[in-house]
Design a protein around this ligand. Structure first.
Ligand SMILES: C[C@H](O)[C@@H](O)[C@@H](O)[C@H](O)C(=O)O
Ligand SMILES: [Mg+2]
Length: 432
C-alpha cells in the first residue's frame, strides 16, 4: 500500500532564451520551464512520483498555483485505489471540481496542471511495478488499458469496445516488436539545427554535426519573412542534401490563405510537412490547407489541448501527422485515447518533443504505440531536441538518429535534485 501524503509543486526555469535555443517565429525567446510535481508518499523519499508540464517561462507560477489548487484531490489517496479505477480517477481530477473545471474545461493552465499530476501518478505506479511506463502499458490486457481511459466526448468516433478490438488486433507480435525496438531503436528527427534565432554559421555547423551523428531527418523553423525562410531552407538543403528529410514548422504564424501562398513558395525545398501553419484551434482551416497543398503533409498538435480537438482534426481529415503533446493533454490517459483514435483514423503519431522533459516522456508513448496500438513505424518519427537532458536522472539515449529503449522504472521524468534546486525560479543559483 502506498499513500500520497503531499503534493509538492516547483517552479523550475532554464534560461534558454540567452542563446535563443528553442526560438521560433511566434516564440522569439523562450525560457524552457517546468511546473514540476512531486508526489510524496508514506513510503519515504525513495518512493515518490514525479511529473511535469512544460511552459516557456513567465506564467509558470500560474501553473504551479493550479497544481496547488488541485492538490487536495490527491493528498491522502491510496495509489492502489487510484490505479484500480484509473479512468474514473482521471475524470474526477479533471472534472470533479466544477469550480476549477470552469477555468478550462480540459484546456489551458488547469489542464496543464492536471497533466503534470496525472503523469506523476503514472511515474509512481510504474516505479512501484519496477517497470518503465511503456512496459507497464504494453503488459496490460486490452481490458485493463481501457479501464484507464475516460471516453466521454469521443464515443461518436471511438467506443471502449472498438478500443478493445484495436488493442486485441495487436496482441500477437508484441514481443517481436519489442525485440525490434531493442535492436534498432525508434526512428527520430532533430529540430536542433533549425531554430529561428540561430545564425547561418551555427545552422551549418549543427547540420554537419548531426549528419556525422547519423541523423536523416531535420526540422526548420519558418514563419518569419518569407524570403528569409527561403534563404534558410536553401542553406539547410545545401547541408543535408536532397535525400534527407526536411520538415517545416510555422508555429501558428499564418492565416489559412497565407499558409498556402507561403508553402507554395517553400515547396521547391521539398518539405515533408508543414507544422502548425495556423491557429491550433482552426480545424477546418487545417483541412483546407491540407486539401489545397496536396503533397505537402500537414502536422499539428503541440497546442492541441485535448482528445476532443484531435477527434475533430481526424474526423475532418485535417492532418497527416498527429503531434500530441505529453504534457498538454491531460496526461497519459488522454494521450492513449488519442493514440487509439489515430490508429482508427490511420494517422501516424509523431509526438511533440523538446522543451523540458518532453523527449523523456514521448519515447514511452511512441514505443508503446508501436508495440501495442499501431504496430507500425510507417511515417512515424519522434522529435528530438538536444537540450536539458543532463538534468534528468534517466535521460533519453540516442544512437544514429534513433531513441534507445528506456529501461529504468517510471516515466523517465525525475529531475536531478541539484537541477531542481539551482533552476528554481526566482531563488535558484541560475537566476541570481
Ligand atoms: C517554443 C518552442 O521551442 C517551440 O518552438 C517548439 O516546441 C517547436 O514548436 C517544436 O516543434 O519543437
Ligand atoms: Mg512545433
Amino acid at each position: 500500500m502506498t499513500i500520497i501524503t503531499r503534493v509538492e509543486a516547483l517552479d523550475i526555469r532554464f534560461p534558454t532564451s540567452r542563446d535563443l535555443d528553442g526560438s521560433d517565429a511566434m516564440n522569439a525567446a523562450p525560457d524552457y520551464s517546468a511546473t514540476y510535481v512531486i508526489l510524496h508518499t508514506d513510503q519515504g523519499e525513495d518512493v515518490t512520483g514525479h511529473g511535469l508540464t512544460f511552459t516557456i517561462g513567465r506564467g509558470n507560477e500560474i501553473c504551479v498555483a493550479a497544481v496547488n489548487s488541485l492538490a487536495s484531490r490527491l493528498t491522502g489517496q491510496r495509489l492502489e485505489d487510484i490505479t484500480q479505477r484509473m479512468g474514473e480517477f482521471w475524470r474526477e481530477l479533471t472534472s470533479g471540481d466544477s469550480q476549477l473545471r470552469w477555468l478550462g474545461p480540459e484546456k489551458g493552465v488547469i489542464h496543464l496542471a492536471s497533466a503534470a499530476m496525472i503523469n506523476a501518478i503514472w511515474d509512481l505506479w510504474a516505479k512501484r511495478e519496477s517497470k518503465p511506463v511503456w512496459k507497464l502499458l504494453a503488459d496490460m490486457s486490452p481490458e485493463q488499458l481501457v479501464n484507464c481511459l475516460d471516453f466521454r466526448f469521443v464515443t461518436d468516433a471511438l467506443t471502449p469496445e472498438e478500443a478493445i478490438s484495436i488493442l486485441k488486433r495487436r496482441e500477437s507480435g508484441k514481443a517481436e516488436r519489442e525485440a525490434e525496438l531493442r535492436k534498432n531503436g525508434y526512428p527520430a528527427y532533430t529540430t536542433s539545427a533549425g531554430w529561428l534565432g540561430y545564425s547561418e554559421d551555427k545552422m551549418r555547423r549543427l547540420c554537419r554535426e548531426a549528419i556525422d551523428d547519423g541523423w536523416q531527418h531535420f526540422k526548420q523553423k519558418v514563419g518569419g519573412d518569407i524570403e528569409e525562410d527561403r534563404r534558410r531552407a536553401a542553406i539547410l538543403r545545401e547541408e543535408i542534401g536532397e535525400e534527407r528529410t526536411l520538415m517545416m514548422d510555422a508555429n501558428q504564424m499564418w492565416d489559412v490563405d497565407e499558409s498556402i501562398v507561403n508553402m507554395r513558395r517553400l515547396a521547391e525545398y521539398n518539405p515533408h510537412w508543414i507544422e502548425e501553419p495556423t491557429s491550433p484551434d482552426d480545424i477546418l482551416g487545417h483541412a483546407e490547407i491540407r486539401r489545397r497543398l496536396g503533397n505537402i503533409g500537414v502536422a499539428t498538435g503541440e497546442h492541441c489541448h485535448n482528445r476532443v480537438m484531435f477527434k475533430q482534426l481526424m474526423q475532418a481529415e485535417a492532418i497527416d501527422y498527429c503531434q500530441l503533446d505529453a504534457a498538454r493533454m491531460g496526461g497519459l490517459n488522454e494521450v492513449i485515447i488519442v493514440l487509439l483514435l489515430a490508429a482508427k483514423f490511420d494517422v501516424p503519431v509523431c509526438p511533440h518533443g523538446g522543451g523540458v522533459g518532453l523527449c523523456e516522456y514521448t519515447q514511452h508513448i511512441s514505443m508503446f504505440d508501436y508495440i501495442a496500438i499501431s504496430g507500425s513505424l510507417d511515417g512515424r518519427l519522434l522529435e528530438y531536441v538536444d537540450h536539458l537532458h543532463d538534468h534528468f536522472v534517466d535521460p533519453v539515449q540516442i544512437r544514429s538518429g534513433h531513441y534507445l529503449v528506456p529501461d529504468s522504472p517510471g516515466y523517465s521524468i525525475t529531475m536531478k535534485p541539484d537541477s531542481r534546486i539551482n533552476y528554481t525560479f526566482p531563488d535558484g543559483q541560475a537566476w541570481q
